[in-house]
Design a protein around this ligand. Structure first.
Ligand SMILES: [Zn+2]
Length: 156
């Protein structure tokens, strides 16, 4: 049986064909695409903020109906909240405040999913925060939904 879930990624949660192709390559290499030493191999977006614990960048595969979809990625391999350094929380909020000012976000949300990707519905099993500003003024706008948990039929 084809195995879509490794220690580092879960293709069952991938959304776009190009994302699936890149992630399949990463799965074959069996390394973590968000660890800094690998990030630059696959991630083609600018780094907006490079902090002590986190770096902020654009999501390579933004969700539909988003005006801004940024990722704030922990700079060491981490999957559970307990893996985070004590100072990481305050730096995270410092970064999101900076981004809010820099981009003049009208409003949106933060999503921090963690742990087993069958539960988090994350594609990459490395702690990251999504900062999402919906494209709410667009005519064809539909609400942006962040999923938690993967349905049984999609697991393989
Ligand atoms: Zn990692």
């Amino acid at each position: 049986m084809e195995k879509n879930k490794t220690s580092y990624i879960n293709l069952n949660n991938a959304r776009e064909n190009e994302q699936i192709a890149v992630m399949q390559k990463i799965a074959d290499e069996n390394h973590c695409p968000f660890c800094p030493e690998n990030l630059m191999l696959y991630h083609k977006q600018d780094i907006l903020i490079d902090g002590q614990y986190w770096l902020a960048t654009y999501n390579q595969w933004p969700y539909h109906h988003t005006k801004h979809h940024l990722l704030i990625i922990y700079k060491e391999h981490a999957t559970h909240l307990a893996d985070l350094a004590d100072g990481a929380g305050s730096e995270l909020f410092h970064i999101v405040k900076q981004l809010e000012q820099q981009f003049a976000f009208e409003g949106g949300g933060l999503a921090l999913r963690f742990g087993d990707t069958d539960f988090s519905a994350g594609t990459v099993n490395h702690l990251h925060v999504q900062l999402i500003v919906p494209d709410a003024m667009a005519k064809d706008f539909e609400p942006v939904r962040v999923k938690l948990g993967l349905q049984w039929e999609r697991r393989k």
